[in-house]
Design a protein. Structure first.
Length: 258
């Protein structure tokens, strides 16, 4: 039934000139499709991820429910908005809900949300697809403040599918972590280095300075990390380590194709 849901959704979106990329093994990660939204057959730069479900088991009072399960934390933190779509086999209709919006509101309320609610009135069809796109683009615009802020301070351009993190140390120096989807290395941008991007990986991330003697490492450089040519204090190093570990899935995915 999931296959029928993906096929129906893909057919609908492509019929309205949106760019759809199916994700291999999507259900393992909680996303089946990446969709680049268009306007007048031109790419807008706004991308969403969709998990498609099908079957009567998702029916609930007033509509449908999709369990968030193990995907909840990733959906909550994802830079790319996550949408859940249910295919109703009885009506043949597609219904949708904004998973990212619901999870973030629950987090603000201090609630751990276990499922995504979808109203029966939120229909994704030839008639409703325009409203769906407008609402999702509006949501992306509202939540794009981080991208705009990081672009403003660094002069760099970030894609909506990038995994991003921002850090400011006790001296007021600013750091940006950027992991592009499907790229084997991440970029570290540091205000103290004029925002020049430094390629970083788990392999070139070290405690201490590579090549130095054990005695020197135990001395002045015992509390520093290095990533490529960048030297980081402990707080920066632990932040970067967390970023590299959190973005492993992003590196393993195929790059977006437009």
């Amino acid at each position: 039934m999931e296959r029928a849901a993906v096929n129906a959704l893909r057919t609908l979106l492509e019929a309205h000139d949106h760019i759809v990329q199916e994700i291999d093994g999507g259900n393992d990660h909680g996303e089946d499709l990446y969709v680049t939204l268009t306007e007048g057959a031109r790419r807008t730069g706004d991308t969403i991820a969709i998990q498609a479900k099908g079957g009567r088991s998702f029916a609930a009072k007033g509509g449908y429910r999709v369990p968030a399960g193990d995907h909840a934390e990733f959906w909550l933190k994802s830079n790319v908005p996550i949408v859940c779509v249910v295919f109703d086999p009885d009506s043949g209709a597609l219904h949708w809900g904004n998973a990212s919006q619901q999870l973030r509101q629950a987090a603000r309320d201090g609630v751990a949300r276990k499922s995504i609610s979808i109203l029966s009135s939120d229909v994704l069809s030839d008639v409703g697809v325009g409203k769906f796109v407008r609402q999702m683009r509006g949501y992306i615009s509202e939540t794009a403040e981080l991208h705009r802020f990081l672009t403003k301070i660094s002069g760099s351009v970030f894609d909506t599918t990038d995994f991003l993190s921002y850090f400011e140390n006790e001296d007021g120096e600013r750091l940006i972590f950027q992991q592009r989807r499907g790229v084997s290395s991440a970029s570290l941008l540091h205000s103290d280095l004029d925002w020049q991007a430094e390629d970083v990986t788990l392999e070139n991330f070290h405690l201490g300075v590579p090549g130095m003697t054990k005695e020197r490492k135990m001395d002045a450089f015992s509390n520093v990390f290095t990533a490529g040519n960048a030297i980081l204090d402990p707080s920066e190093g632990f932040w970067l380590m967390a970023c590299l570990l959190a973005s492993v899935w992003h590196r393993q995915q195929p790059p977006m194709r437009h």
